[in-house]
Design a protein around this ligand. Structure first.
Ligand code: ATP
Ligand code: MG
Length: 391
């Protein structure tokens, strides 16, 4: 793992910006000129970067003064403005919420008019066509991919939740190895941003997974930008600037391992619950907008509350209450089952309620051998329906 990459996201960054605004602008300009150039990173960028020829001043109503203020607030591109919340922007610009919202709407309109994001209304058949061409990333286990109807989706927030040791972080590590693989092999040919809130990211484990799968481990490791997050404010700042990192690292997958653990630890008492939920809410909404506008897949993990009253309560209740549940597009519950793991699709706008079994081995998340499923599942997405168990 390159120290440079880690330092980029965790080091001295002033107001959460990875470098000065001018540096970022320069980097964005350079990227516009040469598709495959990355800014001060070792990440190999073979995937196509969306070329943004749009300048912030192309937005209706944004003059040089507003553009300057936006840049000072770290908003350097039309995309950045499109994913900002009106509350946040009104503070940054010292303006009313209404005028901040108007800027955001204008930015989104410009992106729509430039065909960079979907039109407000599209016919259902066009929407279906678009969904069929959507990138998906293999989890490493074909059974798990089938539960997800083809793997982790872009423009969506996929939540894995479960008790300790249920395999949440292992799935995240496996995704790090699969995402770099070519699209036809079940990957997304892209970099990965890994936000580690629990200090459990292990590059050695990714290396082991990549080697065991016969992948180029050096190439895989160079594609992962890791950020170890120390407190909830740090996490919120990283999420605020995530759009920039996604562009800089050419990432199509963002993993946040332990989305609420820091907030949960810091906002312990009942009295602080409303504050915590509000901050989490702002962060989750930003993440969803990023997934949609930047066309990226976001994977989050969440722990299950250990509740002594499981006779009466729901033992599969994730931390963060309804907030995280309502924000996630797809929710998958994981639990240990002897040597293996069971994954259940708990909530989805289109997946059936079903479950499947997988295992964790040197290849990371993998299929259970005795069930007659091919072990090396990366790129093997069209296999038979996996065994579905109900327990
Ligand atoms: N190299 C490996 N080979 C086989 N199994 C492994 C390997 N590394 C980890 N595991 C398995 O993965 C488990 C840990 O899973 P993981 O770290 O994904 O848990 P988690 O769901 O993220 O838990 P937590 O809530 O504590 O973060 C270990 O208990 C072990 O069973
Ligand atoms: Mg973990």
């Amino acid at each position: 793992m390159s120290d440079e990459v880690v330092a980029y996201m965790t080091g001295e960054r002033g107001k959460a910006a990875p470098a000065s605004v001018e540096d970022v602008e320069e980097a964005v300009r350079t990227k516009n000129d040469t598709t495959n150039t990355n800014m001060n990173t070792n990440i190999e960028s073979e995937a196509t970067v969306p070329i943004l020829d749009l300048e912030i001043q192309d937005i209706e109503g944004v003059g040089p003064t507003t553009a300057k203020k936006l840049k000072e607030a770290g908003i350097v591109s039309v995309m950045d403005l499109a994913v900002t919340s009106a509350e946040e922007l009104s503070v940054d610009l010292n303006s009313s919420k209404e005028s901040a919202a108007a800027f955001i709407i204008s930015a989104q309109k410009l992106l729509r008019d430039s065909n960079l994001i979907q039109k407000e209304f599209v016919t259902a058949d066009a929407a279906l066509e678009k969904r069929r061409s959507m990138l998906r990333c293999s989890t490493g286990s074909r059974a798990l991919d089938e539960l997800l109807l083809g793997g982790i989706e872009t423009q969506a927030l996929t939540e894995f939740y479960g008790e300790f040791g249920s395999g949440k972080s292992q799935i995240c590590h496996t995704l790090c190895a699969t995402a770099r693989q070519p699209i036809e092999s079940g990957g997304m040919d892209s970099g990965v941003i890994y936000i580690d809130t629990e200090g459990t990211f292990r590059p050695e484990r990714v290396e082991q997974i990549a080697r065991a799968r016969g992948l180029d481990h050096r190439h895989v490791l160079k594609s992962i930008a890791v950020c170890k997050v120390y407190n909830s404010s740090h996490l919120e700042l990283i999420v605020k600037d995530l759009g920039k990192y996604v562009n800089d690292f050419n990432a199509k997958l963002v993993i946040i391992d332990g989305i609420i653990s820091l907030h949960r630890a810091e906002f312990a008492g009942r009295g602080t619950l409303a504050d915590r939920q509000q901050r989490l809410n702002g962060m989750l909404h930003k993440i969803i907008r990023l997934a949609e506008i930047f066309n990226i897949a976001v994977v989050i993990t969440n722990q299950v509350l250990s509740s002594p009253d499981t006779f009466f309560g729901d033992p599969t209740k994730a931390a963060g209450g309804n907030l995280v549940a309502h924000s996630s597009t797809y929710r998958v519950y994981l639990r240990k089952s002897g040597e293996n793991r069971v994954a259940k699709m708990m909530d989805s706008p289109y997946h059936p309620y079903s479950d499947t079994r997988f295992t964790i081995n040197e290849k990371g998340a993998d299929d259970i051998e005795e069930e007659g499923i091919s072990k090396n599942s990366v790129g093997n997405k069209k296999g038979n329906k996996s065994t579905t168990t109900t327990d």
